[in-house]
Design a protein around this ligand. Structure first.
Ligand SMILES: *[C@@H]1O[C@H](CO)[C@@H](O)[C@H](O)[C@H]1NC(C)=O
Ligand SMILES: *[C@@H]1O[C@H](CO)[C@@H](O)[C@H](O)[C@H]1NC(C)=O
Ligand SMILES: *[C@@H]1O[C@H](CO)[C@@H](O)[C@H](O)[C@H]1NC(C)=O
Ligand SMILES: *[C@@H]1O[C@H](CO)[C@@H](O)[C@H](O)[C@H]1NC(C)=O
Ligand SMILES: *[C@@H]1O[C@H](CO)[C@@H](O)[C@H](O)[C@H]1NC(C)=O
Ligand SMILES: *[C@@H]1O[C@H](CO)[C@@H](O)[C@H](O)[C@H]1NC(C)=O
Length: 828
């Protein structure tokens, strides 16, 4: 009996020990050693060989790479780094998911050279069904990228897409269930009045996971196989901080954190203030982390009071940047008067306006008789996906960050503007003088036949033609019809995720292919707004605008149904998707088409409609590669309206945003012209407009391209597939046009009408059919046109003399109007 009892106790304690040390048992647990023919043990886990895992992968071409052991240095000695898989074309892993919910995705990269593949030069994107994890990504050293996503379907598809003329690679991959309780739905935002909700659907990327005051905690000592790194390298001032360690003191207790939140080895060490025995010392201990601009971050603080000798002896403050996230924090009050109980605290930041994020702790001043101290035991910083579901690439700035950016940009631009203004003033004086000198040979007559300003001309036109369209606005679809068309919003039919919501492909009863945009359900007020937008949208019919077929507002839904565009986005044809690259004439024709669409938005209606988010991802191509502008649904009509809506969020995408718009927060058509100028350079160079992986001076395409354009050496940076294929004159005209679009002041930018002309001209220069070609030094066609205009009474004669290929395609904008604009913009 005794013996049996003893055995029982022994078995129980072994069981407890086993439970405790193995911790969480993941239901989904895929570990793959890519490119390897053997199973590889890493700690207590086995990464299976690529052969055994091949059923998960679909790739057009099998390239397995292995490296001789000697090329692996001691610091990068993971056995997973000895082999890799290379993807020359878009390839995907499909993992069946047994239990929906949050999963880790860990990607292991270790670049080495295999045959003709130098993996340190690889550039590629990685995405899941709902989120972009990496785009135009490259690595030059061993690197582990950790993401966590909430999988809401029965499979997780991870797609690797090489950037144009590059390839992708991967050394190992993990897809592992995360305990449900690890990330909860809400957290306080750093702005104290807000409570952030929606963390459950958020994709997260681990930016930092730090063990304060202690050594690296390796994945083998973490129940969820996480690695925690020491904080030394993040400390801003090492002198103000010291280590403290007492791992044995840590007591997990209900109401506090669990070992899954963070292990004892993390809670049992801390970095504390080093007051140097001065009872009056008062300073912060600060850590600084590199982050990406425009994203929100989830910051998780880990606390455990292992330093105090008794209760209520430590009061301190916690900050993220200059925001206070906890004031006079007394850890001993968080659990029923027990010291050394682990606790954690989540905070969501506002979208970042700087590429540094600082976390600080400092002593409380408000509590008398307490020795100044402050501690932090652990810290995790996780990047949150932006409103388009991406953890990478173009970023959307929301109104809340507008002010800060405004100030920073404002100050920088302010100085710049003063200089620019001075230069303009100088140039204008010079020009006046020159014009006065030339006065005898050149009379500057306004050509606006209709007279008045552009708005009155525009409204005359639209009253005449648009009325009939306006009266039959939109078709209202029953919700069931939309369900039917999209196979009940089949996740596999999702073709895109936009600011508005998801986009599904679909087919109507009669076989018409459609793109269905489903907005997140909104309040009554949102619906009213939605209806106004539809009314506006449905009035726009143009060959170069993606047209609205109908809408559905049943059940608080906000669904827009558009014509389907076979060839997807212009962006996908430029880079990142492996599609064949476009020729120069095709690109010019696409730019011309898009310019026509924008021109119509700006001038085809009584009030100019400003697109606000012109970018290559919003220019779609039909089956004949004809360009159509999309997503003008969120446009607001011209300046008049915008002034009454001062609170309107700054909308647009990083890299395309008009600097003047930031500064004055006033929207004009010229903001679209700026963005379109960036698109022009993007088309020419076939690279992302912001690429943080490039050397600093190359990150921003607009800046980089302008630098070469100003040097007159634009040909140095063009898409390699275009080298030797663009006629120098055509390239020069194109470069000059893009340059003018990027002028710092809106007034100095051409109208889209002017841009259109210049692009047509660049196309003709490529064809080189122009007879008696005028001298090509001028930066604007007006220089060549004006004399001719003055010599003929009929404007159209001058136009046909120039063989403008589709003058009538300006959609009713009379040529005289275009000319009057040209003349006006030049006459300023
Ligand atoms: C690797 O492990 C898997 C699953 O445990 C097993 O099915 C397979 O036979 C092993 N492969 C090799 C080469 O040992
Ligand atoms: C995943 O998201 C769904 C909502 O889409 C939510 O109901 C569920 O609780 C989430 N699961 C986890 C583990 O976050
Ligand atoms: C604190 O601990 C870290 C990690 O163990 C160590 O690198 C560092 O030198 C320690 N700092 C001090 C001041 O002891
Ligand atoms: C795990 O932590 C213990 C100390 O708690 C340490 O002795 C051991 O080396 C650690 N293991 C690894 C793999 O880091
Ligand atoms: C600590 O940092 C916060 C936030 O930047 C700041 O407001 C506070 O004044 C700092 N405290 C000390 C003592 O420097
Ligand atoms: C992150 O992406 C999801 C879509 O998967 C979206 O619902 C959510 O709003 C995005 N988060 C933010 C902060 O925009």
């Amino acid at each position: 009996m005794m013996g049996y009892g003893k055995f029982e106790v022994w078995a129980l304690s072994v069981l407890c020990l086993a439970l405790f040390s193995s911790g969480f048992d993941p239901i989904d647990n895929y570990l793959i050693d890519c490119g390897s023919t053997r199973n590889t043990s890493v700690g207590d886990r086995v990464f299976v060989s690529d052969n055994s895992a091949s059923k998960f992968l679909s790739t057009p071409k099998e390239v397995l790479a292995n490296t001789p052991l000697k090329s692996i240095t001691s610091s990068d000695d993971s056995p997973l780094y000895q082999t890799a898989r290379i993807f020359t074309e878009s390839s995907k892993y499909t993992f069946p998911i047994s239990q929906r919910g949050r999963h880790w995705i860990r990607l292991y990269f270790f670049p080495f050279v295999y045959a003709s593949y130098d993996m340190s030069t690889a550039k590629f994107g990685v995405s899941t069904q709902n989120h972009v994890l990496l785009s135009d990504f490259g690595v030059d050293k061993a690197s582990l990228k950790e993401f966590s996503v909430n999988v809401t379907s029965d499979s997780l598809v991870i797609t690797f897409t090489p950037s144009s003329s590059s390839f992708a690679f991967l050394n190992a991959i993990e897809v592992v269930s995360v305990p449900d309780k690890l990330i909860t739905d809400d957290a306080d935002s750093v702005n104290p009045s807000e409570n952030f909700q929606g963390l459950l659907t958020q994709a997260l990327e681990t930016v930092a996971r730090v063990n304060m005051g202690g050594p690296t905690v390796s994945f083998e000592n973490d129940t969820l196989w996480r690695t925690w790194v020491p904080d030394q390298s993040f400390l801003v001032n090492k002198n103000g901080a010291k280590n403290f360690s007492n791992i044995g003191a840590v007591k997990y207790s209900s109401g506090g954190a669990t070992p899954d939140i963070a292990p004892k080895t993390v809670y049992g060490t801390a970095t504390e203030m080093d007051s140097g025995d001065d009872p009056n010392s008062n300073f912060n201990v600060t850590w600084e982390f590199q982050v990406d601009l425009g994203f929100r971050y989830l910051v998780r603080f880990h606390f455990c009071d292992i330093v105090s000798k008794g209760l209520n002896m430590l009061y301190f403050n916690v900050y993220i940047d200059s925001w206070s996230v906890a004031h006079d924090l007394d850890l001993s009050t968080l659990s029923v008067n027990v010291l050394a109980v682990p606790h954690y605290m989540d905070r969501v930041t506002l979208p970042t306006v700087s590429d540094k994020l600082r976390v600080s702790i400092g002593p409380s001043n408000d509590v008398d008789g307490i020795y100044p101290n402050a501690i932090l035991n652990g810290l995790e910083i996780m990047k949150m996906n932006n409103s388009i579901g991406s953890l990478s690439g173009s970023m959307v700035i929301s109104s809340s960050s507008k002010k800060n950016v405004g100030v920073i940009v404002g100050v920088t631009i302010g100085v710049f503007v003063a200089v620019v203004l001075a230069v303009i003033f100088f140039l204008m004086c010079r020009k006046r003088r020159r014009m006065a000198l030339q006065g005898h040979s050149k009379t500057w007559i306004p050509l606006s036949i209709n007279g008045g300003n552009s708005h009155t001309v525009g409204s005359k036109y639209s009253n005449g033609t648009n009325a009939s369209i306006a009266s039959n606005y939109g078709y209202r679809f029953p919700f069931v019809a939309v369900q039917e068309a999209t196979n009940n919003f089949d996740e596999n039919w999702v073709i895109g995720i936009g600011g508005f919501g998801k986009v599904y492909k679909g087919a109507l009863n009669d076989g018409t292919k459609v793109a269905v945009k489903r907005g997140n359900p909104r309040s009554q007020q949102g619906l009213a707004e939605f209806q106004t937008e539809i009314e506006l949208l449905s009035q726009f019919r143009h060959r170069h605008l993606v047209s609205l077929i109908g809408y559905c507002d049943e059940k608080n839904e906000m669904i827009l149904i558009y014509e389907y565009m076979e060839n997807g986005t212009l962006k996908s044809h430029l880079y990142g998707s492996g599609l064949p690259s476009l020729g120069w004439k095709e690109r010019l024709e696409i730019c011309i088409g898009a310019a026509r669409g924008l021109h119509y938005l700006h001038t085809g209606y009584a009030k100019a409609v400003i697109h606000r988010d012109v970018k290559s991802a919003n220019i779609l191509l039909d089956e004949n590669l004809m360009a159509k502008v999309a997503d003008f649904g969120l446009s607001k009509t011209g300046p008049e309206i915008d002034q009454t809506h001062v609170s309107t969020a700054v909308k647009g995408s990083f890299g395309y945003l008009d600097p003047e718009y930031f500064r004055r927060q006033q929207l004009t058509e010229k903001s679209d012209v700026y963005s379109f100028g960036v698109v022009l350079f993007e088309v020419l160079c076939a690279r992302p407009v912001i690429d943080p992986t490039l050397p600093r001076e190359m990150v921003n395409l607009a800046e980089w391209a302008m630098k070469w354009q100003k040097k007159g050496q634009l040909e140095q940076i063009i898409d390699s597939t275009l080298v030797g294929k663009i006629r120098p004159d055509s390239l020069r005209k194109f470069g000059e046009t893009a340059e003018k679009c990027l002028a710092d002041l809106g007034v100095d930018r051409p109208s889209v009408g002017d841009v259109l002309w210049n692009l047509e001209y660049a196309l003709q220069l490529q064809d080189a059919v122009i007879q008696g070609e005028p001298e090509e030094n001028s930066t604007n066609m007006i220089g060549e046109l004006s004399p001719q205009i003055n010599n003929v009474n009929n404007v159209d004669t001058a136009v046909s003399g120039f063989e403008m290929s589709s003058v009538d395609d300006l959609s009713g904008v009379s040529m005289s109007r275009v000319f009057s604009q040209l003349v006006k913009s030049e006459g300023r």
